[in-house]
Design a protein around this ligand. Structure first.
Ligand SMILES: [Zn+2]
Length: 228
């Protein structure tokens, strides 16, 4: 029994789950690889609650435990949390500027929560669904950021000092959107529970960055999305 417990502990992990395609696919991948995930879902004052509901549905679809953390950004600073800033539509992706949908330091904050949870439950891994290929507009979705954040975990946690290292992993970091779509298909991710659109309309808007990338991913993968 003790042996079994130790083996299980080795597979304990935290998954940051937004309810979008990438993190949902990541959760299904982690389960396929026999990890034991606890999900972390954030209600951070997004303009719509649809992605939170989606994240809960995805977590429930695989019967894993999740925590819903409520927080907010009272100073706003992003089109995703400020009603006065419109979500950009039909933006060109060759624009090198960081889009207004970037939420200042959000992922640093979310990952810090994930580290805290991992320390408390004794998880050895934190899975983060960032990917830098099709959408490198966000600085906190790049390999270099992940490497540096690992250093912070290594120097700033009791777990690391006691030699119980927590590893930050981003398995989809170099996946294109169409590769993620194909993987989601292979893993039977229930697409109808996922929500990528930055708006909370009945159907995805089709013109925000998230919709455009998702649609392009499905087109390139030659697969159908749930609303096609
Ligand atoms: Zn959209």
């Amino acid at each position: 029994m003790q042996v079994m417990k130790n083996r299980n502990n080795k597979k304990k992990c935290v998954v940051l789950l937004s309810g979008g395609l990438d993190s949902s696919t990541l959760l299904y991948l982690v389960i396929k690889k026999k990890y034991l995930p606890t999900c972390l879902i954030f209600d951070y004052g997004q303009k719509h609650k649809k992605e939170i509901e989606s994240a809960k549905k995805i977590a429930k679809s695989v019967k894993v435990k999740y925590f819903l953390v409520k927080t907010n950004f009272p100073w706003k600073g992003s089109a995703l949390v400020d009603n006065k800033i419109n979500i950009p539509e039909n933006r060109l992706f060759n624009d090198k500027k960081i889009p207004s949908t970037y939420v200042p330091a959000r992922n640093i904050i979310f990952l810090s929560y994930a580290v805290s949870l991992a320390e408390v439950i004794g998880a050895k891994y934190i899975f983060y669904g960032a990917n830098q290929i099709d959408y490198s507009g966000y600085p906190d979705c790049r390999n270099n950021f992940i490497k540096k954040f690992q250093n912070i975990i290594n120097v700033g946690t009791k777990s690391a000092v006691e030699n119980k290292k927590i590893k930050l992993v981003a398995p989809l970091i170099n996946f294109s959107k169409s590769e993620i779509v194909k993987l989601a298909h292979k893993l039977n991710v229930p697409l109808k529970y996922t929500w990528s659109c930055y708006k909370g309309t009945k159907k995805p808007c089709g013109v925000c960055d998230a919709c455009k990338l998702r649609n392009e991913g499905f087109r390139n993968a030659k697969l159908k999305d749930f609303y096609d």
